[in-house]
Design a binder for this molecule. Structure first.
Ligand code: ATP
Ligand code: MG
Length: 267
């Protein structure tokens, strides 16, 4: 499903201008990374996609729905948003109930809810934790419950806000597989992160936001060519990309696997 953000502005009640004329179109099925330094406006932008925030000016369209004309509960049919902080998202006493809440609210049959919840728990490695209170899990466990809750909604758009924070290497690999699966299912995936290695391995298009404005929007390979712009946003390309650039590889590899493949095929 297509996301169209058209000239949006957003000012928090304290007077902070968090978004300043942001326009962005994301085509159905795209895998997009949203990057920028702390406080640049990434979360504010993400919260506009499911109607948690509404722009002061401009429009946000998810498919043929304008967020200003739909409640966040309605928007939840189209956009699943995984909160940056899982503790802001989780509220249920039991993992299973937490993950089931969304699909139940969408009015699905109990059989369908069970199927969607079990599948989401499996994908996030949580099958054995279904009866546990999310509060009794560690940070990465709570983070994975929040992701399972979003996946179980089976929405056409999924937004992950800082999903890798606190995840170990195996859990990050699990998340890579989930992103790949969502992509295969034709869903639009947006990932906000400071983890350039993870983003470069898993996302195709990079959007840089700075002080509430989009400064750069490019395919991953070309994005990392913009040294100066990245430096002013405190971003660095993955080490393997910098090595490939130093060796003069065009386009540079974005992951170790990609680097090795290029070597094997003699690029
Ligand atoms: N609830 C709020 N009330 C007032 N100001 C806020 C609020 N949330 C964010 N801001 C401010 O709006 C600006 C954008 O914040 P936002 O959280 O969108 O940035 P971010 O890019 O997600 O940062 P981070 O990488 O730290 O998560 C910042 O100046 C921030 O201090
Ligand atoms: Mg944020």
């Amino acid at each position: 499903m297509q996301i169209r953000i058209d000239g949006i502005h957003y000012i928090y009640s304290g007077g902070i201008k968090a978004l300043d004329d942001v326009s962005l179109t994301i085509r159905p099925g795209e895998k997009v990374a949203l990057v920028g330094q702390n406080g640049s406006g990434k979360t504010t932008l993400a919260r506009h996609l499911n109607g948690l925030l509404r722009p002061d000016a401009g429009d946000v369209w998810i498919g043929d729905w304008q967020t200003s004309e739909h409640s966040p509960a309605q928007m939840a049919r189209r956009v699943a948003y995984v909160f940056q902080n899982p503790d802001e998202q989780l509220f249920h006493q039991q993992v299973w109930g937490e993950v089931a809440f969304g699909p139940q609210n969408l009015g699905h049959s109990p059989e369908r809810v069970r199927f969607q919840v079990d599948q989401a728990l499996d994908l996030m490695g949580l099958r054995g934790a279904s009866q546990i209170n999310p509060r009794d899990l560690g940070y990465s466990g709570r983070k994975r419950v929040s992701m399972a809750s979003a996946i179980a909604m089976q929405t056409p758009v999924v937004v992950f806000d800082e999903p890798t924070a606190g995840l170990d290497a195996r859990e990050q690999e699990q998340l890579s597989q989930v992103i790949s699966l969502l992509h295969q299912q034709g869903k639009t995936v947006l990932v906000i992160s400071h983890d350039m290695n993870f983003l470069a391995e898993n996302l195709d298009r990079f959007v840089l936001i700075k002080k509430g404005q989009i400064m750069l929007d490019a395919p991953a390979q070309h994005f990392f060519e913009q040294d100066l712009l990245l430096k002013t946003s405190a971003l660095t390309a993955p080490q393997i990309t910098r090595l490939a650039q130093t060796l003069g590889h065009i386009p540079p590899a974005l992951s170790v696997g990609h680097f090795i493949n290029n070597r094997v095929s003699g690029l």
